[in-house]
Every structure is written in structure tokens, then in C-alpha cells.
Design a protein around this ligand. Structure first.
Ligand SMILES: Nc1ncnc2c1ncn2[C@@H]1O[C@H](COP(=O)(O)OP(=O)(O)OP(=O)(O)O)[C@@H](O)[C@H]1O
Ligand SMILES: [Mg+2]
Length: 551
């Protein structure tokens, strides 16, 4: 794990010295136990009771995890603390002072920062412009780019010094964009701007869901460093490994209610899961094809890719996926995995080579033709590439199938409704109604919505890029089951996942990429974490003979 040079990270005011303690006994040093307290906080959205009289105490200097199923109320609680939601009832105090309900400025002045679950950035501005968006340095009325770039470089120094402040943000992969977002949340208070209040509480809402393992490690060491300086870090994540590696205590929410707070040292992983979902799950299960299932090797490939290249991204990638197969694609962030799926689906206009579905060539660069041929794509970035945020969730599901469901050139609302109801129920998308907008769903439920769109009878080839990102542990195993059942029913699945256990549990064989090349294939016993990593770092890769990576 990289060491974190400390100089540029903000320090918290020691709680006792905070001049803003103006509570009843604000003169006395506050015991660490109730540095931040949430008392009987409720929040309702329409018919959804997102928080139901939740009470939690947080200590200064701890990393406190918030866990719970998708839709349990974690983000809502974080936003209530940060003043982005006004609770219907209840009180939040920080350092003995009551925060004004639903008042972002008050929370900010008191030192609360939040790193949001969804990326909220301007991709067409540079990294530095994004970092200084709210406080542009100027000289004689014009933006002072030199100062701005220096400030941005300072904010990034601890997290990712390799990011160029002058690069357009949209050119960075999601992992890097997430780091920029974290830098901007951490930095604002000390950026030399006009804002008051150094950070004392930082809420990380699934900060690592789009980061590589190395980036996530780096982030966690930064979180520990911040806590070591007396800051309270509230850490929302579905990744068990991170919770046990990085957190001191954990609070579980379920259906908007407080279930319990435990010390990490005193709770087991399966107890924690049981608290979250009310039952235990077997996380060692494999979802590979059952040994007695018919071997797809005899059938003709459903998806065939030949010599797929794209300047600077892909170099002569060839592969085949047969009906009934889940083929995993391993590799490091930036190895070309997502670019491969983009190109197969027809999103890369510069791609050359052949993509065939059931023996028929797809025209290059035409997602429409891919959809018509039965290709479904769950992309990595649900915000930028996936969901239509202006449309209701019902239409988000029905969109790719509207032409098929139409009768005599007219939309068949009845057929659409049937499909929508089936999919919402099958994927247990938690939403107030089919008319709700995707933005009203919790992060994990947005992801389920995206998967529900493509897992229908019309799909024959399914491209999945980090499909369980932000999905809770219980639902994850359900999605694995659904993917496997779909494959058993004859689908061809190409799966990209950075979560090694997921890749290995779900794939029948694994192809590995490095620098836009396929560097090898693993099957059966060869499919181990070590072998994937070895191939993922194989430099000067030769592209293997297509025959060797065929099914
Ligand atoms: N702006 C909103 N409008 C309507 N409903 C909302 C809104 N924000 C949240 N909700 C609902 O409140 C509930 C709690 O959502 P929240 O985002 O807090 O869940 P979460 O625990 O963060 O879940 P996830 O793990 O999926 O991110 C969900 O049912 C969600 O649909
Ligand atoms: Mg959330």
C-alpha cells in the first residue's frame, strides 16, 4: 500500500477546541462518543419512508461504516447530515452544536463534507476547473489559470499526483474521475478560498465502487490518515473486505431503520450480512456451468469477434462466445476491457474488424443494429452511458424493446406494462412507482434497473461491464443466479469485472487483457487470482492465435 505524505491533507480541529460548541454545556470538552449525533431522524419521500426515527452516535477520529441493502437509507442519512436533505423530524448535532436542518451552508461551515455516490462533474471542463468550480481564482476580473492549476495540483498531490490538472476531465477513466471528486470534497475548506470551517466530518458514499484495487487501497489509506488526525470518516460501502480492512465500527440500517452499531473487531462477516438482510448467504458458491449441463463447445459461436482494433485502445482482439457460456474478461483498469465491450456493441466509430452475432456480420459503429440483433449492454457508467434520467423507470426498461412490442406501428402500452412489471419484480427494483424517475432510486436500484432492461427474452448476447457495482451482498448473489440461468437458457455472456471473486465464480473461462491486447485465456483450475494478475501485467503481449481463445 502506498504511503501517504501528510502535508496537504486537511487536519480536523480538535473537538474540544472547536469554538463553535455552543450547546447547553458547550464549554466542557465533549466526550468523543457523541461528536456527531443523529437523534430520531426521519425522512419520507412520497410513500417511501427512507429513514424511520434513526439514532446513531459517531466519534471523532473513527472510520464508521454505514451498511445495509440497496435502498436501506444510507445515502439519505449521509445527505441529511450534510444538510442536503431536511429531515421531517429529529436532530443532528456536531461537536455539541445543533446543525440547522437541511442547511448545506451551515453543515459546511461546521466542517461537514460529502463525497457523493454518483459522479457530479463537468466532463468537458479540465480537472483543475472542476476542482475550483465554486471558487475560481481570478486576477483583474479574469480567471487566473496558473493559480488554478497550482491549487488543483496541490489538492491532487496526496491522492493521485499523476493526474494532470489541465487534462479534460472527460478523458479520464471513471476511477480517476472519482479521485478528482474526492479531492474536491476534501480540498474546498483549505483551498485558500472564502469558505469557513476546516473539514471535521467526511462522508464517503461508496467512494471505491469505480476504483481499481490499487486505487481503492490508496483511498483507504487516505481515509485512515484523515481519521488519525481526528476527523470522523463515515464510510458507506457494500464491499465487506473494505469494511473489515478500514473501519473501526459499523452501523447497519434496514428499511430505513437503525439495526445496530458494532465494533468491527467484535463482529463476523456473516453476522453483519445477517443483520443487513435477515438471513445468511453462502458467498463461496460458484455460478459456473454445472458439470452435467450440456457442453457449449459443440455449438456454433453466438458472438464472434475477429481482429477488432481501435487506434490507441484495442489491438486485434479475437474471441468467441458460445450459447450457454459466460466468458469473463480480466485485466487492470485501463487495459481495454470496457473499450472492447464498447466496440463490440458498436459505440466505437473508429473500430475496425468483424463482429458477428449468430453468424451474421454487424455493421461497425451501429448500436442500433446490435440491439436489433439481440445484443444487450450494461455499461460501466450508468450515469453517462446507461440510464435516461429524464424518462421514468418504466420507459427505461422498455426502450430497447419498444419496436418489438409495437403493433401496427403503434406503441403497445399494454405489452410494455407487462414487461415492465415482470422485470421490476424479478429484479426487485425498489421504487415508489413505475413512473418514478431513475434519480429517485438508490444507487444500487439504479444498477438493477439497468440490468433489468437488458435481461429479457429479446437478448441473446449480453455484455456486462461491472454489473454488480453498488449492489448489496444479498442481491449480488441473486444477480449471479440470474446471469447463470440466462446462460443456461442459451445466452452468450461476456463479462467484465474488477471484482476477482465475482469474475472467477461466474465465468466458465476467463480472457485477460493488457494494453488493449488479449494476453491469454484461463480455464478450469488455471482460473486463479494469481494467473489473472500475471496475464494482466504481461507486457509486450503477443496477441494469441484466435483458435486458442475460441471456445
Ligand atoms: N430524491 C428522492 N425521491 C424519491 N425517493 C427517494 C429519493 N432519494 C431516495 N429515495 C428513496 O429512499 C430510499 C432510500 O434511498 P437511499 O438512496 O438512501 O438508499 P441507499 O441505502 O443509499 O441504497 P444504495 O445502496 O442502493 O445506494 C429508497 O427507496 C429510494 O428510492
Ligand atoms: Mg446510496
Amino acid at each position: 500500500m502506498p504511503t501517504v505524505p501528510g502535508h496537504a491533507l486537511p487536519h480536523a480541529d480538535p473537538p474540544a477546541a472547536a469554538p463553535r460548541s455552543s450547546g447547553v454545556n458547550g464549554h466542557a470538552p465533549r466526550p468523543a462518543e457523541d461528536f456527531l449525533t443523529v437523534r430520531d431522524v426521519s425522512k419520507r419521500f412520497g410513500i417511501t419512508q427512507a429513514l424511520d426515527r434513526v439514532s446513531v452516535s459517531f466519534r471523532a477520529g473513527e472510520v464508521h461504516a454505514l451498511m445495509g441493502e440497496n435502498g436501506a437509507g444510507k445515502s439519505t442519512l449521509g445527505k441529511a447530515i450534510a444538510g442536503l436533505h431536511r429531515p421531517d423530524e429529529g436532530v443532528i448535532t456536531l461537536g455539541g452544536r445543533q446543525l440547522a436542518p437541511g442547511d448545506i451552508d451551515d453543515a459546511f461551515a461546521a466542517g461537514v463534507r460529502i463525497v457523493h455516490q454518483e459522479l457530479a462533474q463537468c466532463p468537458n471542463l479540465t480537472v483543475a476547473e472542476n476542482l475550483c468550480l465554486h471558487d475560481m481564482p481570478t486576477r483583474r476580473g479574469v480567471v487566473d489559470y496558473a493559480t488554478m492549476n497550482r491549487r488543483a495540483a496541490r489538492l491532487l498531490a496526496d491522492l493521485a499526483p499523476e493526474i494532470d490538472p489541465r487534462a479534460p476531465l472527460g478523458d479520464l477513466p471513471p476511477g480517476r474521475r472519482q479521485i478528482v471528486q474526492i479531492a474536491s470534497s476534501l480540498g474546498e475548506g483549505e483551498a485558500g478560498g472564502s469558505h469557513a470551517g476546516a473539514p471535521r466530518v467526511i462522508i464517503f458514499d461508496e467512494p471505491t465502487s469505480s476504483l481499481s484495487v490499487a486505487e481503492a487501497d490508496r483511498l483507504m489509506s487516505i481515509v485512515r490518515t484523515l481519521a488519525g488526525r481526528g476527523m470522523l470518516c463515515v464510510y458507506v460501502s457494500h464491499r465487506m473486505g473494505e469494511i473489515f480492512h478500514c473501519c473501526d465500527r459499523v452501523t447497519v440500517l434496514r428499511d430505513g431503520r437503525f439495526v445496530g452499531t458494532s465494533r468491527i473487531a467484535e463482529i463476523t462477516q456473516s453476522d453483519l450480512v445477517a443483520q443487513m438482510i435477515g438471513r445468511r448467504i453462502d458467498d463461496s458458491a460458484s455460478y459456473r456451468r454445472a458439470p452435467h449441463a450440456p457442453d457449449p463447445a459443440g455449438s456454433a459461436p453466438l458472438l464472434a469477434v475477429e481482429g477488432l482494433s481501435s487506434p490507441g485502445k484495442l489491438h486485434g482482439v479475437s474471441l468467441e462466445v458460445r450459447p450457454g457460456e459466460v466468458v469473463g474478461v480480466g485485466g487492470l483498469v485501463g487495459s481495454g476491457r470496457s473499450e472492447l465491450l464498447d466496440a463490440v456493441f458498436g459505440l466505437d466509430q473508429a473500430a475496425t474488424g468483424a463482429v458477428r452475432v449468430a453468424g451474421r456480420d454487424l455493421p461497425v459503429g451501429s448500436p442500433r443494429a446490435s440491439i436489433a440483433a439481440g445484443v444487450g449492454y450494461v455499461p460501466e457508467d450508468r450515469r453517462l452511458q446507461g440510464l435516461f434520467f429524464q424518462l421514468g423507470i418504466a420507459e427505461n426498461i422498455a426502450v430497447p424493446q419498444m419496436p418489438d412490442l409495437a403493433r401496427g406501428g403503434l406503441r403497445s402500452f399494454r405489452a410494455e406494462r407487462g414487461l415492465i412489471q415482470r422485470q421490476l419484480a424479478r429484479f426487485r427494483v425498489k421504487a415508489a412507482s413505475p413512473e418514478s424517475l431513475p434519480g429517485e432510486l438508490s444507487g444500487g436500484n439504479q444498477q438493477k434497473l439497468l440490468i433489468a432492461r437488458w435481461m429479457t427474452d429479446a437478448t441473446r448476447v449480453l455484455l456486462l461491464d461491472e454489473p454488480t457495482r453498488g449492489i448489496d451482498v444479498g442481491t449480488k448473489t441473486e444477480i449471479y443466479r440470474i446471469v447463470r440461468d440466462a446462460a443456461d437458457a442459451g445466452l452468450a455472456v461476456l463479462l467484465v469485472s474488477s471484482e476477482m471473486p465475482e469474475l472467477l465464480a461466474l465465468s466458465d473461462r476467463v480472457l485477460v487483457m493488457c494494453d488493449g491486447h488479449l494476453t491469454g485465456q484461463l480455464r478450469g483450475r488455471e482460473m486463479t487470482q494469481e494467473s489473472v494478475l500475471r496475464l494482466a501485467t504481461l507486457k509486450h503481449a503477443r496477441t494469441p492465435d484466435p483458435a486458442t481463445v475460441a471456445g
